[in-house]
Design a protein around this ligand. Sequence first.
Ligand SMILES: NC(=O)c1ccc[n+]([C@@H]2O[C@H](COP(=O)([O-])OP(=O)(O)OC[C@H]3O[C@@H](n4cnc5c(N)ncnc54)[C@H](OP(=O)(O)O)[C@@H]3O)[C@@H](O)[C@H]2O)c1
Length: 237
Amino acid sequence: MTTQHVLVIGGGSGMGLALARLLLDRGDRVTIAGRSADRLARAAAVLGAPGLLRTRQLDITREEQVRDLADTGPLDHVVVTAADATGAYAPLGEFDLERARAVVDTKLLGPWLVAKHVRPNPGGSITFTSGVAAYRPGPGASVIASANGALESLARALALELAPVRVNVVSPGWVDTPVWDVLAGEAKHERLAAMAGRLPVGRVGRAEDVAGAFDAVLRNGFLTGEVIHVDGGHRLV
Ligand SMILES: NC(=O)c1ccc[n+]([C@@H]2O[C@H](COP(=O)([O-])OP(=O)(O)OC[C@H]3O[C@@H](n4cnc5c(N)ncnc54)[C@H](OP(=O)(O)O)[C@@H]3O)[C@@H](O)[C@H]2O)c1
């Protein structure tokens, strides 16, 4: 199999980091991108593979920075896992408009900017990350649920507009990643254990579960305009 160059925006942690590890282990070239230089440096130290891995400081909500991605060189695939969940959940009456706009900026308009400015090689793909909140929104999830749903609609539109580049979405359920670190120590453990008990598979997801789904989407040249659910059966309960 020929090696490929994959840009993972959000690859400094969580699912994006797991995907970078999977791709590097196979010998692909990977660029991981995110806002924090420290986070990227820590990820690079964990991943090793200096000849294959590059890092790129980038805020996906800033158009000039996304436009400059052209200088990363030819890309086969782009995966966007970037999201800033800080303040993403709040009761409607207390939801701050600025915070709501920030969620939409990272989860919807950031991916839209990537599609606008980053063009993978022919035969390549762009894959976004939505989430089960689009289908099973909990209390306080009005903005993240609608951003996830809109992102899936965006992918269907782009699958036509950018064809033959393939555009897809992976929709994770509850997955144990740093995104839950907003819940300190024991609270995180208890919340994830309670979530696990509600799922048909009896556990929450691991970053590697979702990385495998991204990889399958990247490799399947007949898949476009599609949403792949990796949620432990969450939508069934
Ligand atoms: N974990 C779950 O249970 C779950 C469930 C459903 C959906 N999801 C979705 O899955 C995706 C991946 O999340 P994760 O769980 O892997 O969380 P994560 O570990 O927090 O990863 C998110 C990454 O996005 C980067 N990021 C945030 N804002 C950015 C911006 N403006 N520009 C560029 N990079 C940015 C962060 O790095 P910097 O802060 O350094 O920028 C971070 O490395 C997200 O879209 C999330 O909404 C997660």
